[in-house]
Design a protein. Structure first.
Lengths: 284, 153, 384
């Protein structure tokens, strides 16, 4: 079973709670991470990997952003944001001490507990690494409970690679096969070049005894699943993270519907076999 | 009325095939027509045949939710559409749609695979031709990937 | 419930007293009125406000009021509005916030405490309210605003004495007779020079109100007359919808060519979603004043027919009218069942009447059914 989403204990789910920016730093040219601490009230924020918050910038707007931090470090709440619109850019320009409104956490989560006792393949494309990073943290915190674990990460160019220091740390120190690839690179790059699905053949895991967690653009997830299934992975051992337009995040506004599911409460994490038929329908 | 064998022989794909192989190929062939905008196949479906385009134009497409159907390649007269019938798991990786009314010869993939198992020379001839097509498409894709017309600062 | 309380008779003129009792008990009464050539639900304070002697003529893309030969108070079917606008208002301020330097303080909007009475709720409308209850109150999350409004409603239902031109509640099993969920239910009878109502009591609150009105137990003949009214309505529905296996029918027909056909007609004007008594989609708007000192969050009705509705990453997932019509119809009749346990459609016919091009949801379902081969249905994309 998927971990049960925790219903936030706010006065009203549409009212944002005040959090303050602690620190913010650019990961790449267009993507930044930032940490927050609560303005008052509960000192720790409980969430499960894969869940998201609605972040509100005063007078600008509100957007859903996956939590990308370590839930064991609940005193600070970390998100990674791609600055592409008014609200995301506004968050990017907030100074330490500035206040943000937070609603959440919302949604279903990656089945980390369920993945124990088997191998685990984590496949991330682009910003899709952000909602998967909490999984890596949780896995590393209980490493012996898992079999072989591989992290496969693909992005556009070497300049777009997120969490470079951590990736280096994981590929050297941790018992975690870390493979990174880019779609194109210049001469300085000595790593892999090729779309992320090309890493699957290099990953060391037993498809008959593994779970997969995949996050990235929908096309990337579709092709990744094809490769995993070619190796014999079962569709009920694969989980993906879906995305749709979201306004309320509590299942009332209707925007995030994907077939009969509401991505804000039935997702964003879905077991692949449960939605495979929906993915095959265009303009769903 | 042209025979199917004649029609297949006329297509560039069949150039260089001996009479026996031509006959085997024609034995797995049928005429097809696609109306403008008609979908020939969809991503994920079983890839049971491939097409020698005689007239018209087909688009190879990929559907992304917020972008709609993206046309990544067109295949026209004298060209060949589809090789997924040759490579397991024999499922289409992309969509294909006729841009204009298109006439083609459909060659049954399963039929040809079975014949190739028995006649490896036929198999070799088919693979040679498909390998050639793949090389051309890969070259083209790599160049398209480079986004050459963009100003790269 | 109603059997415990029995059936009573209220004379036509005493409806005025019913209004007065409700007003005295502190209810704001909302009932049918004639306005702008339609039956519109609005504040009523006297029997004179009701549409006595009016009826409606409805067809695909057409709505007209016309004069009845009698003076029935509730002799029409349904107008463009439903009770949805009072329980799930089109525009709601959720909160306000004031900026203080780097900080801001959010003040939740306090919902107004108002008891309202609905006068003239049709069975389809009552079912629609119960359907919205499932969305807003019976799920994992509760919309407390909706819940508090809902709990304060006094419901006077009315059994339809005639079916509208586009009605199909009988097919959807949502009418024409109200079953439960009302405080009082009235069946209007005009016969042999008499004009009276057979009243059914649904709750103790209903009984309390009735106690203050001149009434008496209904005689057998009067109860029979009321039954006949309902039976006649059930037999003269404007439309039918075959709901057998409808969820699976639509689930396996996402690629049916019929969607292209209806898309060629649909203007994506969103009328159907506005008039539909169960459509609940909203958007959230964050606004601020020019100085950036004061911000507000508003919740407003939205429609899946708009281009923006499914916008992500620079494009809309449902960019074609076909995909948007398909979304609306399959949600209403199929995915709603998986989401909330019942159909989303109550057969009120509004979407048919108020569609400028007269698209008929019952006709669309019928066409899709007919397009399938007679034997076992073809397996297409979309079959879970």
């Amino acid at each position: 079973m998927l971990e049960a989403p925790r219903v936030p204990a706010s006065p009203h789910p549409m009212v944002p709670q005040p959090w303050c920016v602690r620190r913010s730093w650019w990961e790449t040219e267009d993507t930044f991470s930032f940490s927050m601490e609560p303005h008052h009230g509960s000192p720790t924020f409980q969430f499960s990997p894969g869940q998201f918050n609605m972040l509100y910038v005063f007078g600008v707007g509100e957007i859903p952003i996956s939590i990308s931090g370590d839930q064991a470090k609940g005193e600070t709440l970390v998100h990674t944001v791609r600055a592409v619109g008014a609200t995301t850019r506004a968050i990017g320009s907030l100074q330490p001490g500035a206040q943000l409104g937070v609603r959440g956490p919302f949604g279903s989560s990656w089945p980390v507990r369920q993945a124990m006792g088997k191998d685990l393949v984590i496949v991330a494309g682009g910003i899709g690494l952000a909602p998967l990073r909490p999984v890596v943290y949780e896995v590393l915190a209980s490493r012996p409970k898992f079999g072989r674990v591989c992290l496969l990460y693909g992005t556009r160019t070497p300049d777009d690679i997120l969490y470079t220091k951590e990736l280096q740390k994981w590929s050297k120190g941790a018992d975690l096969q870390t493979l990174v690839t880019v779609d194109r690179a210049g001469q300085d790059w000595t790593g892999n070049v090729g779309v992320v699905t090309t890493l699957i053949a290099k990953a060391e895991f037993d498809p008959d005894h593994a779970s997969a967690m995949v996050c990235g653009p929908e096309v990337m997830m579709r092709f990744t699943i094809r490769e995993l299934e070619k190796l014999g992975m079962r569709s009920d051992n694969i989980h993906i993270s879906m995305e749709r337009n979201m306004k309320c995040a509590v299942g009332f506004c209707g925007h995030c519907q994907f077939g009969p599911t509401f991505i804000c409460k039935d997702g964003p994490i879905f077991r692949y076999d449960r939605i495979r038929h929906l993915l095959a329908i265009r303009e769903m | 009325m042209e025979t199917l064998e004649r029609i297949v022989a006329d297509h560039s794909f069949a150039r260089g095939l001996n009479a026996r192989h031509l006959e085997l190929l024609a034995g797995c062939a049928s005429n097809v027509r696609f109306a403008a905008n008609q979908v020939a196949f969809r991503e994920g479906e079983e890839a049971n045949e491939f097409y020698l385009i005689r007239e018209g134009k087909m688009a190879v497409e990929l559907h992304a939710p917020e972008r709609g159907s993206i046309n990544i390649l067109t295949v026209g007269e004298g060209e060949v559409l589809g090789w997924s019938w040759l490579i397991p798991p024999y499922r289409w990786s992309f969509d294909a749609r006729a841009i204009e009314p298109t006439r083609a010869v459909a060659l049954n993939g399963k039929c040809l695979r079975e014949k190739s198992e028995r006649d490896s020379e036929l198999g070799y001839q088919l693979h040679k031709r498909i390998a050639q097509i793949m090389e051309e498409r890969l070259q083209a894709t790599r160049l398209q990937l480079l986004n050459l017309y963009e100003i790269h600062a | 419930m109603s059997d415990d309380h029995g059936k009573f008779v209220l004379e036509r003129d005493h409806v005025q007293q019913l209004l007065e009792v409700l007003l005295r008990q502190g209810y704001g009464v909302i009932g049918p009125t004639v306005r702008d050539g339609a039956i519109v639900y609005d504040t009523v304070s006297s029997i004179a406000d009701l549409p006595a002697g009016w009826t409606d003529e409805q067809a695909g893309g057409s709505y007209r009021l016309s004069r009845r030969k009698d003076q029935a108070l509730f002799g029409y079917a349904v107008g463009p509005n439903s009770w949805k606008r009072f329980l799930h208002p089109p525009v709601v301020r959720l909160w306000q916030a004031k900026r203080q330097g780097d900080r801001f303080e959010v003040q939740e909007a306090v919902p107004e405490d108002r008891k309202i009475a609905f006068l003239g709720v049709r069975s389809c409308e009552l079912e629609a309210i119960l359907i919205q209850d499932r969305v807003f109150v019976h799920g994992r999350q509760v919309d407390t605003r909706y819940q508090s409004r809902r709990e304060q409603v006094f419901m006077v239902a009315v059994n339809c004495a005639q079916a509208g031109g586009t009605c199909f509640c009988a097919s959807m099993n949502t009418g024409p007779r109200v079953r439960s969920g009302f405080d009082l239910a009235l069946t209007e009878v005009l016969e042999d020079g008499r004009h009276y109502f057979v009243v059914e009591v649904g709750t103790d609150a209903g009984a309390e109100v009735l106690r203050e009105l001149p009434h008496r137990p209904a005689q057998h003949a009067e109860r029979e007359s009321a039954d006949q009214v309902c039976a006649k309505t059930a037999a003269t529905m404007g439309r039918t919808m075959d709901t057998v296996d409808i969820k699976d029918l639509l689930y396996r027909n996402y690629e049916n060519a019929r969607w292209d056909q209806v898309a060629a007609r649909c203007l994506t004007c969103a009328n159907c979603t506005m008039v539909c008594p169960t459509c609940f989609c909203t958007t959230v708007e964050d606004v601020t004043d020019l100085q950036g000192e004061h911000a507000e969050r508003w919740q407003k009705w939205d429609s899946c027919f708009t281009m923006d509705f499914s916008y992500i990453h620079g494009g809309s997932v449902r960019s074609t009218p076909k995909s948007r019509y398909r979304q609306w119809m399959t949600h209403k009749l199929a995915t709603w069942i998986d989401q909330f346990g019942t159909s989303g459609c109550v057969g009120c016919g509004r979407c048919i009447t108020w569609c400028p091009v007269g698209i008929d949801i019952t006709e669309e379902v019928s066409a899709i059914r007919k397009s399938e081969p007679d034997k076992n249905a073809k397996q297409n994309h979309g079959n879970p």
